[in-house]
Design a protein around this ligand. Sequence first.
Ligand code: ADQ
Length: 475
Amino acid sequence: MPGTKQKFDLVIAANRLPVDRVVDADGEVSWRTSPGGLVTAMESVMRGREGAWVGWAGEAGEAPQPFEQDDMFLNPVALSEDEVAHYYEGFSNDTLWPIYHDVIVPATFHRFWFGAYEAVNRRFAEAVCAVAAKGATVWVHDYQLQLVPAMVREMRPDVRIGWFNHIPFPPVELFAQLPWRRAILEGLLGADYLGFQRVADAQNFIRACRQLLSLPTKGDTVSESRSEGARRIRASAVPISIDFKGLEELARRPETQARAKEIRASLGDPETLILGVDRLDYTKGIGHRIKAYGELLAEDRVAPPRQMFVQVATPSRERVDAYRDLRTEIEGEVGRLNGEFSSIGAPAVQYLHHSYPRDEMAALYLAADVLLVTPLRDGMNLVAKEYVTCRYDNGGALVLSEFTGAYHELHQAFVCNPHDIEGLKQTIMRAIETPAKEKARLMRAMRRRVADHDVQHWAARFLDNLANAPERGGV
Ligand code: ADQ
């Protein structure tokens, strides 16, 4: 980075910087750290180290100058309007996202989108190399930056490179559809260590290297031979988590509890408050959930105001066609159910297309008797873990799709296959009707799991695996 002399032992690269630009009433621009698990996790691993974060600041055009925020050095990467459209909305969110999520909607392929992806990945790699100290640890995040590991390795063979995938890695039969499959695998193989949410994701990656690149694999390692000699790359599961202590503390605050009571009261103190919280994304199974709930309403097995259903759908990727279509579909369906089953003051579905601050989310979780998490495919699903964390009272019930990463950890959830509408209806009813004592036992066990495997534990495990990667003296 021109003008940047400082070098850092730990460099994070993620599509977004962990800050949002805020402009006050006088037009003064400042930056506010965006709350999120990744920031919390990085704070814990950056303590006592010199850390830098490379990422996009969120607006097209010239990048702001590098700056410090909360003891972290931020190195912004510029994206032009076209690059936002082609690298981010196009290749990342309209090509890779559907392929990596079981092609729930068809993927779009454009050769010029890949050109932009490559160019932006190179800019990220250069920005990383500009701030990485000799022998630094570089941690690259997610599907937007899959070419970065090999690009960094070429420029800086001295650094140690790890990559973590927040979303699923698809079975080879789906991955093979990508015209750029070889470039992506070779990009990832520049890393020393690759972390995935589930064992199956790591295995899918290893199988893709074997079948599509004819590379030898053994257990969780892939061998890659280049002119300078063979390297071994390890791929394994390190499931992400949340800041258990911080969120539980928030949920225990008297103000949060008071707000939770207020939410229930404003809904007429229902017998059962059912909640869904998702980004408005076709992977989240919101339509399947609403269909199942609609049938329960039609069969009079649930009815407002006795049961109230609140669906929070966070605005997301609104410039991508598939997301615009989804919004129209979901809002049409909610409207239909409300027209048919609501009475004055008691809507069948309370639908909220907004973002909320963390304390309001915690209050919603505390207020909800049942949380519906029904994705068709989801890397992890942090909402499930956040709900469990907030329920320090051991109240509530979690309905959880078996197609989430979280399903592989939260064994005491009410498990569902969202494609099976009849089964989903039964599971929702079981979550409503199971006696409180039994639900408390299940909740206690899930809470223990998340408490013992929080986001700090995740980050430490990832970095430990990276430090012990096979090429660097590990086994
Ligand atoms: P996402 O697909 O965004 O993440 P998820 O894991 O559920 O999905 O995280 C969503 C986050 O946004 C949660 O922390 C939630 O609290 C927050 N959120 C949702 N709706 C909100 C609203 N209306 N207002 C405020 N906050 C809201 C991707 C992958 C996941 C993986 C994560 C982390 O798709 O599978 O779990 O990364 O690796």
